[in-house]
Design a protein around this ligand. Structure first.
Ligand code: SAM
Length: 190
């Protein structure tokens, strides 16, 4: 999709300039994002898979909520494609990046500085998450929340390999008799 290339190029340029001005931490680029900007891959291959899957399978009338959005690169592309998107990110430096990028790209992502566990299900039809890993969270702690979302008929599309560092999501879903569909690139749809 051409729109992905255009946004990726703009975000890489924006990131490099921001890093020069603000440094690694304040820019929000610490961790793997600085390398990604240098490699011109702020939007990663798994982000592209997720965006393409949503575009091909989820109607534009559905409200998308991205968990642990990071720089919100995926949410920004989805907003550009016409989706209503809420993005949850706990880190204030990353959220500031996302807010500035949202203005730069003229997109309309509703950026929420908070834990995704507090997600407002009234404004959500489809939850998405690519890399949710932070070493603290884990599927064991979130299984009750996942069950609540499933009960409310929310579509959940997440990367099973990168859900926190603790626990195997597929095993825990099996143990809880929760059905899911395996997609490509380690994503599952519940
Ligand atoms: C490894 S980064 C990946 C970001 C993004 N999903 C991506 O794939 O580019 C994980 C992000 O999750 C955020 N995070 C961790 N726990 C969170 C929580 N409970 N609620 C919201 N954000 C969270 C961190 O601040 C960090 O930006």
């Amino acid at each position: 999709m051409n729109v992905i290339n255009i946004i990726n190029n703009k975000l890489c340029e924006f990131s490099i300039n921001r890093f020069k001005e603000m440094g690694k931490k304040k820019s929000g680029l610490y961790g793997y994002y600085l390398n990604r900007a240098k490699k011109r891959m702020i939007i990663s291959d798994t982000d592209i898979y997720l965006i393409t899957y949503i575009y091909e399978n989820i109607g534009k009338n559905k409200i998308i909520c991205e968990l642990a959005a990071g720089l919100a690169q995926t949410s920004i592309v989805l907003s550009k494609l016409g989706y209503q998107v809420n993005a949850y990110e706990i880190d204030s430096n990353r959220l500031k990046y996302a807010k500035d990028a949202n203005v730069l790209l003229e997109t309309n992502v509703n950026l929420i500085n908070g834990k995704f566990q507090c997600l407002d299900t009234k404004n959500c039809d489809c939850v998405i998450g690519n890399n949710l890993a932070n070493g603290i969270n884990g599927i064991e702690k979130d299984i009750k929340i996942l069950k609540k979302w499933i009960h409310e008929n929310i579509i959940i599309i997440i990367n099973a390999k990168l859900y926190g560092k603790i626990g195997n999501i597929k095993q825990i879903l099996d143990e809880n008799n929760i059905k899911y569909q395996e997609l490509k690139n380690d994503f599952i749809r519940i």
